[in-house]
Each structure stands twice: as C-alpha cells, then as structure tokens.
Design a protein around this ligand. Structure first.
Ligand SMILES: NC(=O)C1=CN([C@@H]2O[C@H](COP(=O)(O)OP(=O)(O)OC[C@H]3O[C@@H](n4cnc5c(N)ncnc54)[C@H](OP(=O)(O)O)[C@@H]3O)[C@@H](O)[C@H]2O)C=CC1
Ligand SMILES: CC(=O)[C@@H](O)[C@H](O)COP(=O)(O)O
Ligand SMILES: [Mn+2]
Length: 385
C-alpha cells in the first residue's frame, strides 16, 4: 500500500523538496493533500502534477483564483485556516508533513495527532511553543512524531533502543555572520542575512540561522523530542554542516550522522521510517569535504541562543513568548524596520513584559502568542531597542 501524504506548506522549501522525494518513489508514496498560504500558481501546478484529493489555500482571498486554476480537475479546493486545520483529519492520510512556517503550524499538528496521523515534523515552532502538549497528545493517540529538522533527524538516526544517551550535540553552521564582530553585526543587511553558507531555505528560518535563534529553537525542540534535560543539550559550531548532529552515550562513545547538506534525506527518512530507501543525488566525498572544524558558540555576539536557553530553563509559556516575539522581529527585519541586533533586544524586553504562566493550557498559548505579538510590535514601532 502506498503511504498517503498530506503536505502542509507544499510551496515552500521543505514542501517542494518533499514533492521531489514523492516523485522519486511513486510506488511508495502518494499525495493526498497540499496546502499553501498565498502562492496560488505554484500550488495549482503542484496539484496538476500530483493529482491530490484536496488542496487548501490558507489565505481566503486567494480562493477564487485557485478554484479557477483547477476548474478542469476533480481536486477538491478549500480555503481558510479552519479548512487547513481540518484537512489533516481526512481518513486516508497516513502521514502529515508539517512544512508550514511559524506558530500557524500548531493547531493543524494537534488535529493531525488527534486523528491518529504520523507527524513528519519540520515545523519546529510547534515544538518550541507547545512541546509538552504535543508530546502528551502523541502519547494519548499513539502517534509517532518523526523529526525532519536535519539535526533532530540525525540524532534520531543515532539513537539505540537499549542505551539512553548522556548528551545530544547539535551542530550549528554559525550562519553567514559566524566570524563577524559585534560592531560589524550592527550594520548587517537582510540581503547578507538571507545568504546562508550551506542551505537554501525559506526566508524566516534563514534569518533565524543568521541570528542563531534557529539553534536556540532546535535546543528546545531536542528537549521535547528526545526527553533530555537542558544540561544534556550541547551546541557546537561546525561551519561545514556535514555532521548533522551527534549523540554521546553513557560510556563516552559518540555517534554522528553525516551527509552532504540535503534536506531530502531527513524528509524521506521520516516518510520511510523504519526503512531506508534509495535517494538520488550527491554522496559524501571525504576528499571534497576534507576539513571538518568545530568551535564553541558565542552567546555574547549571538544573544538569541542565550535567550532560548533562558526560555528553556524557565519553561511554561516562555518559549511561546520567545517564538512570537521572534516572528514579529524577523518579519520587521525583512521589511527593514529593525536592525539585526535590535531583534534580540526586542525579544529580551518582551520576555520581561508578557505575563509568565508556569503550566499553560492550549488557550494560554493562544493568548500568550497574541499578547506577545502586540507588545513586540509596539516595541518595534516605537524603536525601543
Ligand atoms: N527549509 C529548510 O531546509 C528547513 C525548514 N525547517 C522548518 O520547516 C518549516 C518550513 O520551512 P521552509 O520550507 O523553509 O519555509 P518556506 O517559507 O519556504 O515555506 C513555508 C510554507 O508555509 C506556507 N505558509 C506560510 N505561512 C503560512 C500560514 N500562516 N498558514 C499556512 N501556510 C503558511 C507557505 O505558503 P506560501 O508559499 O503560499 O506563502 C509555504 O508553503 C519551518 O518551520 C522551518 O523552521 C526545518 C529544517 C530545515
Ligand atoms: C537544514 C536545517 O535543519 C536547518 O535548521 C539548518 O540546520 C540551519 O543551519 P544553522 O545550523 O545555520 O542554523
Ligand atoms: Mn535544523
């Protein structure tokens, strides 16, 4: 039987690579549903090629254009956030790939788990915001959460059934500004920040990589995915992005997963788990990647990494606050409304202004997200950084 896959965010970097994986294995996988936010033309082209049962466009204003573009196909066309959150519940779906960006991924992921779907989790913000709820739901509904994020996939691939890890070691490229001084960081532009040294990704995660908030989020994601304590999560800067991450066991043995930087592998592994299947493309040539180097991360130049660790230690709704503030400042940075270093200042200030909740329920996360966005936007507008 072919695995039926729903891709939330099929028009993005992860979504399009997932479709390449599916195209390479038509005997194993079939697209059941595709969703996007705004990109009608690309979504329509994808629907024409992969013939899903349904497509959903989150932005309702785009519905007429999408409906018209697909009028000659039998595909069902829906629009709006509610439709997107509901489509994942469709009975035939086996796997939901959460490849949409940001907090918007939380509700559909919760619904998919409640409907018993396996989650191929790319949307790390879901785990950052509400990892405790996601884990509790996954346990209650017996659904696997399969990591797609390259570091977490690497760790997942290194785990041993009968041996607990003593430490997980997340590798970080260090981003385009790894060697910059604080003075240089004051004036970097979005064009520079959007130029990741090793990966071609969506704009939001690329800025997060440049500010190292991406690594901070991955630390929090690791806590929830692997049940490790903060002191068991280490970050090491590895500029080549060849070692995707490592685990250390109780006897000191360290296992690593290596490969050329190519997200199709972790995406495919989440689809094919526990099996491995063939994948086209470049293989790791040690003569080409002949120098692998490692450095300690610098949390003074990259404040966001320290802020994420702080949120991890505080727990409660603090990671949700950091995530929402980060979404606001990254959007502002991409519109040239805040400086690179200003982003961390706004996040730090927001962390002290939004009421802290030790044991949040889902409704608390919704309220925290909204309140944080209001406060962070105000700080940006009033240039309080
Ligand atoms: N790219 C990568 O290599 C990696 C990404 N990730 C994570 O995967 C997720 C996706 O990243 P990436 O593919 O780079 O992002 P992109 O920006 O490239 O794509 C985002 C996708 O989500 C859709 N989308 C955006 N906002 C909304 C919304 N509010 N509601 C519904 N759909 C929305 C977009 O639709 P439209 O195109 O129509 O705007 C698009 O399909 C992120 O959480 C990221 O952190 C993790 C590891 C690696
Ligand atoms: C491909 C992937 O998983 C990204 O999260 C990547 O790791 C970003 O690179 P940084 O290490 O620069 O954050
Ligand atoms: Mn990653």
């Amino acid at each position: 039987m072919k695995r039926q896959i729903a891709i939330l965010g099929s028009t993005g970097s992860i979504g399009t690579q997932a479709l390449q994986v599916i195209k390479e294995h038509p005997d194993l996988y079939e697209v059941y549903a595709l969703t996007a936010n705004n990109q009608v033309d690309l979504l329509a082209r994808q629907a024409r090629e992969f013939q899903p049962e349904a497509v959903v466009i989150a932005n309702e204003d785009k519905y007429p254009a999408l409906k018209e573009a697909l009028s000659d196909l039998p595909v069902k066309v829906y629009a709006g956030k509610d439709a997107l959150a509901q489509i994942v519940e469709s009975q035939p779906i086996d796997i939901v790939l959460t490849a949409m960006v940001g907090y918007a991924g939380l509700l559909p992921t919760m619904n998919a788990i409640r409907a018993g779907k396996a989650i191929a989790l790319a949307n790390k913000e879901t785990m950052v915001v509400a990892g405790e709820i996601i884990n509790a739901l996954a346990q209650e509904y017996h659904t696997p959460i399969l990591p797609v994020d390259s570091e977490h996939s690497a760790i997942f691939q290194c785990l041993e059934v009968n041996n607990p890890v003593s430490k997980v070691i997340l590798t970080a490229s260090g981003g385009p500004f790894r060697t910059y001084t604080i003075d240089q960081l004051r004036t970097v532009t979005k064009a520079q920040a959007l130029h990741h040294p090793n990966w071609h990704m969506g704009a939001k995660i690329t800025i997060d990589s440049a500010s190292m908030m991406n690594k901070g989020f991955e630390v929090i994601e690791a806590k929830w995915l692997f049940g490790v304590r903060p002191e068991q999560i280490e970050v090491v800067v590895h500029p080549q992005s060849v070692i995707h991450s490592m685990v250390e066991f109780e006897d000191g043995a360290v296992k690593a997963q290596l490969g050329v930087p190519d997200m199709r592998l972790p995406i495919q592994y989440a689809f094919s788990y526990p099996k491995r299947v063939s994948l086209s493309g470049e293989r790791l040539d040690f003569a080409k990647y002949n120098t692998l180097t490692f450095e300690k991360p610098d949390t003074e130049r990259f404040r966001n990494l320290a802020l994420a660790y702080e949120a991890l230690h505080q727990g409660g709704n603090m990671p949700c606050i950091v995530n929402a503030a980060n979404e606001v400042v990254v959007a502002a940075f991409l519109e040239d409304k805040i400086s690179f270093l200003g982003m961390s200042e706004v996040i730090e200030k927001t962390m002290t202004r939004v009421p802290f909740i030790q044991r949040p329920r889902y409704e608390d996360y919704v309220a925290t997200d909204a309140e944080t966005r209001r406060i962070a936007a105000e700080l940006v507008i009033n240039k309080m950084y």
